[in-house]
Design a protein around this ligand. Structure first.
Ligand code: BG6
Ligand code: MG
Length: 240
């Protein structure tokens, strides 16, 4: 018997099989009701702006700071980031002084964020979000940043998500799971029905601590406890 199959259907079958393999390797075959996305480094890239702002602040007090130290700040709250930078300082700062330094950095950072626009949202990210939503998934943000709404406004996603959990509604930052637990609560979902998408190790630690499955991109894909290591954002469509 001759079966005629065109290239397109072969491609569809191939990608379906890859998706199934993906699930089977992890021993998990389920659809998630909700997906909670980290913002910085997942939906868009603000690393360079954080770096420039921290560098300007550190230079102003004569403390050494470079991109390697900046990498340690990924997923970490503003005040915890400052503590990491001050590890290199000979001077001890009071709480009040630390708050002034963090405010100074944030003022520089917010000014830099004004350069962001809808051009900072890639087609891949937007198309993947739309496709996940079309599958019936609820979508939320789970970010440590207190500037989440500003960043979402800049990239044109201010009203896109079903819920936003960010640095303004938590008392404990990642690796504590609070930001994701609140995100699931805002969606009205149980953590076990949600997938967390992260680029930072602290974010995967937080997902694990909260009982969430996780998809890790970039450095987070190498985390020993990540559920789905992914290479690129659209790989999420192989999971869901
Ligand atoms: C996280 C970033 O999303 O937000 C961290 O990965 C940052 O680098 C943290 O320190 C807090 O951000 P913000 O905007 O509140 O200073
Ligand atoms: Mg991140």
């Amino acid at each position: 018997m001759t079966v005629s199959v065109n290239h397109e259907s072969i491609d569809i079958l191939k990608s379906r099989n890859e998706a199934i393999d993906f699930h089977c390797k992890k021993g998990v075959r389920k659809m998630f009701k909700g997906i909670i996305f980290d913002l910085d480094g997942v939906i868009c890239f603000t690393d360079m702006y954080h770096y420039k702002a921290w560098k300007q602040m550190a230079d102003s007090i004569g403390v050494y700071f470079d991109e390697t130290i900046n990498n340690r700040l990924r997923g970490v709250s503003r005040m915890a980031s400052l503590e990491i930078i001050l590890e290199r300082s000979e001077k001890t700062y009071t709480q009040e002084e630390k708050e002034a330094l963090a405010t100074k950095k944030n003022e520089i950072y917010v000014e830099l964020l004004k350069q962001m626009s809808t051009a900072d949202l890639s087609e891949e990210v937007k198309n993947t979000l739309d496709a996940l939503r079309a599958k019936g998934c609820k979508l939320a943000i789970g970010s440590s940043s207190k500037n989440t709404k500003l960043i979402l406004t800049q990239i044109g996603l201010r009203d896109y998500f079903d819920a936003i959990s960010d640095g303004n509604n938590i008392t404990h930052s990642k690796p504590d799971p609070e930001v994701f637990l609140k995100g699931a609560e805002f969606l009205g979902l149980d953590p076990k029905d949600c997938l967390v998408v992260e680029d930072a190790e602290a974010g995967i630690d937080a997902a694990v601590a909260g009982g969430f499955a996780s998809a890790g991109i970039g450095e987070a894909s190498k985390h020993p406890q990540v559920t789905y290591p992914i290479n690129t954002f659209s790989d999420l469509l192989k999971i869901q």
